[in-house]
Design a protein. Structure first.
Length: 95
């Protein structure tokens, strides 16, 4: 989160990558693992500090994804996340 604040101070667009942020390199032994339970709270925090965009890999069935399966957001959770970040943006006066 510190890096996002630094980028904002530089005046360049800051994009938060929710998929990479929850990866655990080598966490699955021969591949990266991940913990998608952290995607939504970290994305909300990134929006609260003022990122310009969110990057998220979303899949209907993350466990079937050919790559990054362990760090994807389930498509069923996307509408809720979008409502939540819209509310945060509105509260910040950027809406």
């Amino acid at each position: 989160m510190r890096g996002l604040v630094v980028m904002r101070r530089l005046g360049v667009p800051a994009v938060y990558d929710g998929t990479r942020s929850v990866q655990l390199p080598g966490g699955a032994g021969v591949a990266s693992g991940g913990d998608p339970a952290f995607i939504m709270p970290l994305a909300r925090a990134a929006v609260a500090v003022g990122v310009d965009a969110l990057f998220l890999e979303v899949h209907e069935a993350p466990e079937l994804a050919l790559s990054d399966a362990a760090s994807m957001l389930a498509a069923s959770k996307l509408p809720s996340l979008l409502r939540e970040v819209a509310a945060i943006i509105g509260a910040r006066g950027r809406g």
